[in-house]
Design a protein around this ligand. Structure first.
Ligand code: DAH
Length: 337
């Protein structure tokens, strides 16, 4: 038996030294349930009883010694594997990186923000109005009675006789004055809808409405405010001019032109040779509109304007077709980052 224990120890140490067997196999073979040591202990009963305790103790000592050696070898193997993994998976920081595509604001949003910024700096605040609107706010309160020919200026989408998709942001003027009273300076950016569809018209587009009502305000103030807008959104040298026009909700009404940003007034394709580009409609708020909002037209006056964001964007960037702004082709959009 003693000889056998010696043999076991030598065999084990040899196997461990030479790495002939995998460590996990060695563990099963020697220390498993049916392993060498279990067998040996089973044979203990063949020894004379007085020898058994001493030999049992010796077996346990050898077993603990060998098991310790095996554990150490296992730890060493684990470390070696880990080091190998680390050295093989080393990150090569000189490789070119994988570029991440970043999103960007849509050109209409960029221009809307620029326009809003120009006016917010002049004390205007944002007022939001509904896109589904009543006939009353869209037309009647704006001095456009039912059956008035001015209603033909806009091909409106009606939902019922009384409810429609707003064809302009002007109803926000009425809502804002009725809700907040005067004096007031508001801007209403948002979607508007008209039955129109070609290279320069879309059934849905965006406007920004502006309204300022104060005790002492004039067409000259309107011009000054629009000059700030034009020189902020286009370039610093941009000029603004008024031409007489007609809108039912303003009197007098003006069509506002800016000097062409491409040729600076000399005349080119963009401005059709005139040096000027029509950019928005504006005027002094009509007495009837003020009255409809409970404002005394003898005490207060106001100016208002409405501009199309698509139009400003197309002029600013020389975009020939409005549909490019709605197709959202990434090759187009990424030019505005
Ligand atoms: N609502 C007009 C339109 O959609 C634009 C407009 C013109 C708005 C003159 C105004 C204004 O506030 O004073 O064509």
């Amino acid at each position: 038996m003693k000889e056998k224990l010696k043999q076991i120890r030598e065999n084990f140490q040899k196997a461990l030294r030479e790495g002939a067997e995998q460590l996990s196999q060695l563990r099963v073979k020697y220390f498993g349930k049916n392993g060498v040591f279990t067998e040996l202990m089973k044979n203990l009963k063949n020894l004379p009883p007085e020898e058994r305790p001493a030999f049992g103790k010796e077996v346990n000592q050898v077993k603990a010694e060998l098991e310790g050696a095996l554990s150490e070898a296992e730890q060493a193997e684990l470390r070696r594997k880990r080091e190998q993994e680390l050295s093989e998976d080393r990150l090569d920081v000189t490789l070119p990186g994988v570029g991440r595509k970043t999103g960007s604001l849509h050109p209409l949003t960029l221009v809307k923000n620029q326009v809003l910024d120009a006016f917010l700096g002049l004390g205007f605040e944002i007022y939001d109005g509904p896109e589904v609107e009543y006939d009353y706010y869209s037309f009647e309160a704006l001095n456009i009675p039912k059956d008035h020919p001015a209603r033909d200026m806009q091909d409106t989408f009606y939902i019922t006789d009384n409810v429609l998709l707003r064809p302009h942001t002007s109803p926000a003027q009425i809502r804002a004055m009725q809700k907040k009273g005067v004096p007031i300076r508001i801007l209403c950016p948002g979607k508007v809808f008209r039955a129109d569809d070609d290279a320069t018209h879309s059934p849905m587009f965006h406007q920004i409405e502006g309204l300022a009502v104060e005790k002492d305000i004039s067409l000259a103030d309107l011009k000054g405010v629009l000059e700030v807008f034009a020189t902020t959104v286009f370039d610093k040298s941009t000029k603004v001019r008024f031409r007489p026009s007609f809108f039912p909700f303003t009197e007098p009404s003006v069509e506002v032109d800016v000097s062409c940003s491409m040729c600076h007034g000399k005349g080119c394709r963009l401005c059709k040779g005139t040096g000027w580009i029509e950019i928005l409609g504006a005027g002094m708020v009509h007495r009837n509109v003020l009255k409809n909002c409970g404002v005394d037209p003898d005490a207060y006056r106001g100016f208002a304007f409405g501009l199309g964001i698509e139009r400003v964007t197309m002029i600013k960037y020389g975009i020939p077709d409005m549909r490019l702004l709605f197709e959202n082709d990434v090759r187009f959009l990424k030019q505005f980052i």
